[in-house]
Structure formats: structure tokens, C-alpha cells
Write a protein that binds this ligand. Structure first.
Ligand code: MN
Length: 628
């Protein structure tokens, strides 16, 4: 076994090739030579066919005969071309051939027993520890931490930067169970383009997603398959290149059904790719987004963490993966912020997109609306497939997840029955699936800005903490139901209703006065639940507005609204009211300054009274409302 302290003490002697010239010799390097003449004033030695020289009697330390092997060091090359050597007395040494440095390995074939190896690839990360500088080398077959030691805490090879193509030789060993190479030499390669090409080919090959069939037979899903495959490929590529993936998902049932399987699949892939057991933790981070869009606050936080990780750990900047939100105009300020950095953005969403607003800012945009489909294909359904394309082995653990996602978002897809049937084969009946959705939503509410990985996985019943899934699920699901009933019972008596000029019914509720604030459900969901209950009791068209001191949440059925346009009009009509917000056409939220609330609400009512009635009575049951 190599790698112990003794092995590195072996004395190495260079054997030059027979055609080596004097220019190839370096000072302070022991060379293997042969005695070709013994004279009174010393011995003549050959280091190669053309390189011969004298070891002068005054420095000669041994007795030699012609034909003897001797170890020498270069002393001087005189002006007349004469070469002077010293001999070195050494009993035990290892001969290193001049033109055969340690054999080139690939990271994939290196083991703890590989001994001295040469690796060629790209520097993907440079991390300064309190001891050595750890350089992560990527050769396309894998990544290996290479420890270079200058002095404790001192940066070794300060002229080498992330992205450089290098040749590293050194001894492979196991360090705390992990393979590590102790760097002996590290140089930039002469042909970076060739090395990059080989790296690119290897990475591209390994990034190709698995061949899997969709979980259910659904032509709409098939149409979206190429875009799911390119996302899976991009995400695999991120892990292969040691680049983090920052997942931001809507903090609701569908959002978590999208994010958790993807997080799991990426973790598993990271474990497969990286020898470092901490790699999944460093590379994949998931956080909920409370708003139904990428808030500037979240984007700035993500950016801050990414820049800190880069400064502290030499980590590369992440890809941001937005799930179950991220398709609209409201996301643009956050995206523009990230656009100044090398942070690609990918989106999987099923909310009505504003492709014109976001197209230039996104690397990948997966959305059923871009394929002539709609919200009925939920984000959870899509992301379970992406997770399977990343790691097909995850399939068995997540078969029930698309059904949970669809039920949580009240998808009216006819293929819901196929998903529910599939979940049945995994042992979940309809009530179980609905309870999981409720429990996820309740957990998301109390987790606030935390990812809650353990709890969420227990509730979703995928690779959890080992807690009793059914008990956790039922506790949270019944808690959610009780809290919802309490909120509705106390609020609904205070709803004020009126008929608008266009025939629509308008329900208004003062959320601040008549709901339990900061309890479950939040204002957006409360307004939605009230809307659903009242809409079920009477004929459409109907609009529900829940308002607080400085915001209003809108839900509508059967009225042609364009909320983003209404926000613009209100802002223009009411200078100083600070109107902002948006959302989707028929559901959204509006913010304003407190002192102008009554003006904003009455102008809003006028606009709604003038809105057209939709002959097809568009339902908004699908669209999640903001939790402002
Ligand atoms: Mn959704």
C-alpha cells in the first residue's frame, strides 16, 4: 500500500533516454550514468549517447571501473563544452525513466492502491484549508481532490486558477475514507484546447439522461418530453461539473412534489459522481418561495450565499432552478439581478407564462403553455419525470407523487385517474393522497422560509427520517383541516356581497379584521377557500376580493379580468397610491399604501364592474394565490 510516509522517501534517480541532449539535464537532479573511462584525474561517465562528462578526482567519492553504474549530478557545463559531474553515493534508489512520467490515469480508474499517478483535466475548485490547498480536478470521468501543501494555510500554486487545464502528478491515498491525491507536480498543460475537447466529450456523454418511458401514457407529456430531457441533461451536467443547483419552489403541495423528487435524484447522482460524501450537501440546496414568483429578496439572498460560497470555498456559481413559479413578468426584476453574474436560470412551471418577458433571461423554460397545453399538467407531474431521467432508480420511491401534485393543485386533467391508479399500485388510496397534499401545505406554512427536508420527506413518504409516515401525515392533514374550518367559519359571516353592473357578484372580506392573521391558512389561501365555497353556492360569474391594510388578493370565475393590466391602470389613475403587484390574468394580488386603501378598492371595484363576462366561464380553481 502506497501513501504512507515512508514510500515518499524513496530516492529517485533519472535514467535519461539514449538520445537525450545536455540541454535536458537539470541541476540538483540525480542521473544514472555509466563509467566509460578511468583516468588518474577522475572518471568519465555517459549519461546518454551524446552526454558525457568528467567526475574530477578531487570530488570523486567511490572507486569505479569501466562499465560500472554510477549516480551523478550536473556541476557545470564549461564554455568549451566540457561537462563536469559529481558522483553521489546512494545504496538504494528507484530509477525513473526520463520520458515515462507516472502513467496517465483517469479519475474514474484511480483507487487507493494506484500509487503514483498523472491526471490531466480542469481545475474546478480551489479551496484553501488551514492545512493544504485542495484543488478539485475534473477530467470528465470524475472529480478528485488534490492536496497541495506549501505551508499550513498558505495557498499553493497561487498562479493556478479555477478553469485552468493542468497536469498533476502525485500519490493517491485515502484521507478520512476519501480518495485524495498528494500533489508532487502541477503544471498547466501545453495543449489546453485538446484537453478541453476531451473533457467536453466525456462530460457530454455522461450528462445524457437515462432512457425512460413516462410513468403514464399521455400524449401531452410526450410532446414535452424533449424539453424534460434537456433539463435533466443540464442538471446532470451541473453535478458533473461540480456546480451547485439552487432550487426555489412554490411553498405549496405541487411545488414540493416538484422539488423533493428532483432534490433526491440530484443528491443520488452527486453521490455517484463525487467521491466526497459531502458533495450532495454542498451542491444541492432547496428553499421554498413564499410568493408565487421569484421575489427580489430571495434572489438577493441566493446571490449573496453564492458569492460567499465562491469566496470562502472556491465554489462555482449555481444554476437557479425555479419550480412551480418563475414564468411571469413579476420574476423579471429578480432575473435581471442574477443576469449580471454567471448564474443560469431554468424554470419548470405550469402557470400562464409571459414568454416575451422572460425568454431572454431563461436558459431553459419548461411550461405546458409553451406546448399548447395548460395548468392541468402540474409542475409535480413534470418534475417527477425529470427526476427519473436524472436517476431512473428513483422511480419506485415517487410513483405516488404526481397524483399528490395533481390533487393538491386540483388538476382537472383526464389523466389524473391514471396517476391515481399508479399511486394505488404503490399502496396509496385517494384519501391518503389528498391527506398528503393537505399535510404538505400545512407543513409548508409553518416551515416558512425553511426547507424542512426531513419533515417534508416524511410527509411525502420518500426517503424520510424513518418516522411513521401515516401518523405524521394524519396529524398534519387533520391540523390543516381544522385550521381551515376555523378560519372559514369565523370569516365567512363577514363577507360583504354586491352585484356589479356587469352582472357579476363581488364578495369582499376585510382579512385584517375578520381572519386569524398569521395562522393557517394565509390570506391568499383563505380568500381562495372563501371564493370556492361561495362560488359553489351560487351561479357564476363571481369575484372575491380579500383585503388587508395594504394589499388585496383577487380570485374570479367567469369574468374576463387582466390583473396585471388593472394594476397598471390603477397606478396611473391614483398617483401616490403606490399600486403594484400582478399575477395571472384572473388571479393575483395588489399592493398599495395604507392611506389610499379605500381609493384603490373603490377604483378596483369600478374596473371589475366594467369587465366583460366570459361566455366560457373560466375557472381559476387551479391557480395558487399568493400568501402575502
Ligand atoms: Mn402548481
Amino acid at each position: 500500500m502506497s501513501g504512507d510516509a515512508g514510500a515518499t522517501d524513496t530516492f529517485r534517480v533519472q535514467a535519461m533516454d539514449s538520445d537525450a541532449s545536455i540541454d535536458e539535464l537539470e541541476p540538483d537532479t540525480p542521473y544514472l550514468a555509466t563509467v566509460n573511462g578511468v583516468v588518474p584525474y577522475g572518471i568519465f561517465v555517459d549519461v546518454s549517447e551524446s552526454v558525457s562528462g568528467l567526475v574530477h578526482e578531487s570530488t570523486l567519492s567511490g572507486n569505479y571501473e569501466v562499465g560500472d553504474t554510477v549516480v551523478v549530478e550536473l556541476v557545470a557545463v564549461h564554455d568549451d563544452g566540457d561537462v563536469a559531474f559529481d558522483d553521489i553515493e546512494v545504496s538504494d534508489y528507484e530509477i525513473v525513466d526520463q520520458r515515462s512520467p507516472p502513467p496517465e490515469h483517469t479519475v474514474a480508474d484511480v483507487t487507493g492502491d494506484s500509487g503514483n499517478v498523472t491526471l490531466i483535466g480542469r481545475v474546478d475548485q480551489i479551496k484553501q484549508t488551514g492545512g493544504p490547498t485542495v484543488i478539485t480536478l475534473n477530467d470528465g470521468t470524475g472529480l478528485l481532490g488534490c492536496a497541495a501543501f506549501e505551508a499550513a494555510g498558505v495557498r499553493a500554486y497561487p498562479d493556478i486558477a479555477q478553469g485552468d487545464f493542468v497536469r498533476i502528478t502525485g500519490e493517491v491515498s485515502r484521507h478520512e475514507g476519501e480518495l485524495q491525491l498528494e500533489v508532487e507536480t502541477l503544471t498547466r498543460v501545453d495543449d489546453p484546447a485538446a484537453v478541453e475537447k476531451r473533457l467536453e466529450e466525456r462530460l457530454a456523454e455522461r450528462a445524457v439522461p437515462a432512457t425512460v418511458e413516462p410513468l403514464i401514457d399521455w400524449p401531452a407529456l410526450e410532446a414535452m418530453w424533449p424539453s424534460l430531457e434537456s433539463l435533466a441533461q443540464r442538471l446532470r451536467r451541473m453535478i458533473l461539473e461540480n456546480r451547485p443547483v439552487r432550487i426555489r419552489h412554490h411553498a405549496d403541495g405541487d411545488g414540493m412534489c416538484a422539488a423533493v423528487p428532483l432534490e433526491l435524484a440530484l443528491e443520488r447522482f452527486a453521490r455517484e459522481v463525487h467521491d466526497d460524501p459531502n458533495a450532495p450537501r454542498h451542491l444541492i440546496r432547496r428553499s421554498p418561495a413564499k410568493a408565487p414568483f421569484y421575489e427580489l429578496e430571495d434572489a438577493v439572498r441566493d446571490l449573496n450565499f453564492a458569492l460567499e460560497d465562491r469566496a470562502r470555498h472556491g465554489q462555482r456559481l449555481p444554476l437557479v432552478l425555479m419550480l412551480d413559479n418563475g414564468s411571469t413578468e413579476e420574476d423579471v426584476p429578480a432575473y435581471r439581478n442574477l443576469a449580471h453574474y454567471d448564474i443560469p436560470i431554468a424554470v419548470v412551471d405550469h402557470h400562464h407564462p409571459d414568454p416575451d418577458a422572460v425568454a431572454d433571461l431563461l436558459d431553459i423554460h419548461v411550461n405546458p403553455y409553451l406546448h399548447g397545453e395548460d395548468y392541468r399538467i402540474t409542475t409535480g407531474m413534470l418534475c417527477v419525470e425529470v427526476a427519473r431521467l436524472i436517476d431512473p432508480a428513483i422511480g419506485d420511491d415517487v410513483r405516488h407523487v404526481p397524483a399528490v401534485a395533481g390533487l393538491a393543485d386540483r388538476s382537472e386533467a383526464e389523466h389524473m385517474s391514471a396517476y391515481i391508479e399508479l399511486a394505488g399500485t404503490a399502496g396509496y388510496d385517494l384519501e391518503d393522497l389528498q391527506a398528503i397534499g393537505r399535510a404538505l401545505d400545512y407543513a409548508a406554512h409553518w416551515l416558512k422560509y425553511r426547507s424542512g427536508t426531513g419533515i417534508v420527506r416524511d410527509v411525502l413518504d420518500v426517503k424520510g427520517t424513518g418516522a411513521d409516515h401515516e401518523a405524521v401525515r394524519e396529524l398534519l392533514a387533520s391540523g390543516a383541516e381544522a385550521a381551515m374550518n376555523r378560519q372559514l367559519e369565523d370569516a365567512i359571516a363577514h363577507v360583504e356581497s354586491q352585484e356589479l353592473a356587469n352582472g357579476a357578484t363581488l364578495h369582499r372580506l376585510d382579512l385584517d379584521a375578520y381572519t386569524h392573521r398569521f395562522e393557517y391558512p394565509a390570506p391568499g389561501k383563505t380568500t381562495g377557500a372563501i371564493h370556492d365555497q361561495l362560488a359553489a353556492e351560487e351561479a357564476e360569474p363571481v369575484i372575491t376580493v380579500g383585503f388587508g391594510p395594504d394589499f388585496a388578493v383577487l380570485r374570479s370565475d367567469g369574468v374576463v379580468l387582466d390583473i396585471p393590466a388593472m394594476v397598471d391602470e390603477l397606478d396611473e389613475a391614483l398617483p401616490g397610491a403606490g399600486v403594484s403587484g400582478g399575477g395571472h390574468l384572473v388571479v393575483g394580488s395588489i399592493h398599495f399604501v395604507r392611506g389610499r386603501r379605500d381609493d384603490v378598492l373603490s377604483t378596483l371595484t369600478e374596473k371589475m364592474a366594467a369587465a366583460e363576462i366570459d361566455p366560457e366561464l373560466t375557472s381559476t380553481a387551479d391557480v395558487p394565490t399568493p400568501d402575502s
